[in-house]
Structure formats: structure tokens, C-alpha cells
Design a protein. Structure first.
Length: 362
């Protein structure tokens, strides 16, 4: 599975510029609203420094990083859930994504048009969040209508599903995202099929430059919005920025806010992976060392199909070396003699950094 991350926000906030920096592409990024109409799509490698060390220990000739898909989605405006601006078409593109990167304009530059003619990050965040919320509410109401028509007196599962959707409706009508609710595993499984927008993890990018009042951007934005605890906040400073945030890094980290220089903004992809609780396991041999993205909590059987469906169909066992052991001894023969290669079955919960060789038989 290749995870999809969508870049969202109002028009002219820096979405396409961020997309270009991360993907190293050169899609149009011009000074007028709706420069982006059709979503731009790029494939991004997820850098992991452990791969080079593994390659050294196993004398591998090639390194292959995991990839994710980054989607630059056209700017949303107030009323998008009712078809305003470029409308529902782009809300549906957001629905395809596993996580969202919400870019918020905090820079004051009269040469770059703001669709509402003034800089107000709090209002801009609320506009986008409201449109996502209204879109989910509309979807819930359609699900209820369709389900009610099909429901029979003896259909217990249907009744449970409708009760769950009604719970979602109450949450949305109160003005809160669905990600703020604690759902059971069974409830998550039921809701996953609908791809609700406000269930998706979000990181917020505050696009700043040197002449912005940093205290305004940080304190007001974060104090006046009900952010979920799992949300990651990142600050981007524009390329030509000369501002230095003195003695603020520690205070920012306590608020789960991270300073990211525009030049090094690939770090954002790692933050999105963290928000999705994505981890890495590795396969290693003389020909190549490769990283694989998996969801925290998945079993050896579940992740084996990431490499090939035959691995899961004919699964025998997984031979596992921990990353720490490989780096410590840096010799497979010695690791084997020391008994550091473990054999695990189908139900083994894979750990971040596991180096795995799957044994299978078809």
C-alpha cells in the first residue's frame, strides 16, 4: 500500500510551493487564486538514515527507500461543501488521502493576493475545517437516509451502524471533528469505508516570513482552535526569511510544535508518518536493502503481503534481526552464532526497525 498525503488550504497560501519543495518538481505556483485546478501528484521517498548503516553491514549494492504519494489539491473556499469555488470535486480528492497537510498563510506580502484580502490565520483555519466538517455531515445524512430505507426490524448490524453514524452526526453538529472521538476497533472498521474527512490525521503548516508577528501566529492560532492532541504543528519559514526564533524551540516543542526550515521541509513527510503511526521494517541482502512502511500493531502475516501476496499465502515463519543487534555486531554470521536471529510466527507484532526474512512455501 502506498499512503497518500493531501496538501490542503485556501488558495494562495503556499500549497504548490511546498509541493514543489518536497517533490523537487516544478508545477505552476502563480500569484492568483485557483492556479491549481487538477491536483498535482508526486511520489516522495521517505528517507531513513538506518538504511545506509544496514547496507554497510550486509555489503548491499543498492538502497531503496519507501515511498508515499503527495497530492497538491486545489484551494478550498467558504461554501466548498455546497459547490462554491471549485467545489465538491476537490473535497472528494481529499477523501482519497490517508492524512492531510493543512497549509495556513501567516505571511504579510501585499504582492501576493489573499482571497479574503487580509491575513487572518484563525479565520482561514476555521473556514477549511468547517467545510470538511459540513462535507462529513452531508455524507452522514446520506448514509442514514440510505440505511433507513434498507433497514428491517431484524437487521441488528444495520441498527448498530445507524446508531454509530448518528453519534457522528451529533459530534459534527457540535462543531467538532470525528477524530476527537475515541472509537472502538469495530467502530473504526465500520467507519473506514466512508473515508470521513475529519477522521483523517492533520498536521498544520504555518507559512511565515520575517515580517510576521510570531506571537500572533502561534499563540492566537493555537489558543483559539480546538486541536486534537494527535495533531502535529509545524512552522515553515519562507525561503528568504531572516528571522531567528531565539530561545523558542524548547517552548515550541512542549506545545507539539516543530520549527522546520523551508529548505529541509522533507521532515514534514516524517511528521505525517508519525501522525499516522507508521513504522518501518527492512529487508536486506547483497543485492539491495529496502525499507517498508507498515502500520504500528500489524502482524508478520499482515506485512508479508506488502512484499508479495505469495509470502502471506504460503507463510511459514519470519526470521528477524533487530536493527540494534545488526549495528552492534555488523556481521550476519556472528549474529547467527550468538542466537540473535529470532523465528517468529504469523501473530508476531512487527516492531519498528525489524530486519525480516520471510520463509514461505507455495
Amino acid at each position: 500500500m502506498v499512503y497518500k498525503f493531501g496538501i490542503i488550504g485556501l488558495p494562495n497560501v503556499g500549497k504548490s510551493a511546498l509541493f514543489n519543495k518536497i517533490t523537487k518538481l516544478n508545477i505552476p505556483s502563480k500569484n492568483f487564486p485557483f492556479c491549481t485546478i487538477d491536483p498535482n501528484i508526486g511520489v516522495v521517498s521517505v528517507f531513513d538514515g538506518r538504511l545506509k548503516k544496514i547496507a554497510y553491514c550486509v555489503s548491499s549494492k543498492n538502497i531503496v527507500y519507501s515511498i508515499v504519494t503527495l497530492i497538491d489539491i486545489a484551494g478550498l473556499v467558504k461554501g466548498a461543501s455546497k459547490g462554491e469555488g471549485l467545489g465538491n470535486k476537490f473535497l472528494e480528492k481529499i477523501r482519497e488521502c490517508n492524512a492531510l497537510i493543512h497549509v495556513v498563510r501567516c505571511f504579510k506580502n501585499t504582492n501576493i493576493i489573499h482571497i479574503y484580502n487580509d491575513i487572518n490565520p484563525i479565520r482561514d483555519i476555521d473556514i477549511i475545517n468547517t467545510e470538511l466538517l459540513l462535507s462529513d455531515l452531508d455524507l452522514c445524512e446520506r448514509i442514514i437516509k440510505k440505511g433507513s430505507l434498507r433497514q428491517s426490524a431484524n437487521d441488528r448490524n444495520q441498527k448498530v451502524s445507524l446508531n454509530l453514524i448518528n453519534r457522528c452526526i451529533r459530534q459534527l453538529q457540535s462543531g467538532f471533528a470525528l477524530r476527537d472521538i475515541i472509537f472502538s476497533k469495530d467502530e473504526w472498521k465500520k467507519l473506514k469505508q466512508y473515508q470521513f474527512l475529519t477522521l483523517k490525521p492533520v498536521i498544520y503548516i504555518l507559512n511565515m516570513e520575517s515580517n510576521i508577528d510570531i506571537d500572533f501566529s502561534l499563540d492566537n492560532v493555537f489558543k483559539n482552535n480546538n486541536f486534537n492532541k494527535s495533531t502535529v504543528f509545524s512552522i515553515i519559514l519562507n525561503e528568504n526569511n531572516n528571522t531567528k526564533i531565539n530561545n523558542m524551540n524548547y517552548e515550541l516543542s512542549k506545545k507539539n510544535i516543530f520549527y522546520i526550515d523551508f529548505i529541509n521541509c522533507n521532515t514534514i513527510i516524517k511528521k505525517v508518518c508519525d501522525a499516522l503511526k507508521l513504522k518501518m521494517f527492512f529487508t536486506a541482502g547483497p543485492k539491495e536493502v529496502r525499507s517498508w512502511i507498515f502500520k504500528k500493531g500489524e502482524t508478520a502475516l499482515q506485512i508479508s503481503k506488502l512484499i508479495h501476496t505469495d509470502f502471506s499465502k504460503g507463510f511459514i515463519r519470519a526470521q528477524i534481526i533487530s536493527y540494534d543487534d545488526l549495528i552492534k555486531y555488523c556481521n550476519i554470521s556472528k549474529i547467527r552464532k550468538l542466537g540473535k536471529i529470532r523465528s517468529e510466527g504469523k501473530k508476531y507484532i512487527v516492531q519498528d526497525g525489524d530486519i525480516i526474512n520471510f520463509l514461505f512455501n507455495i
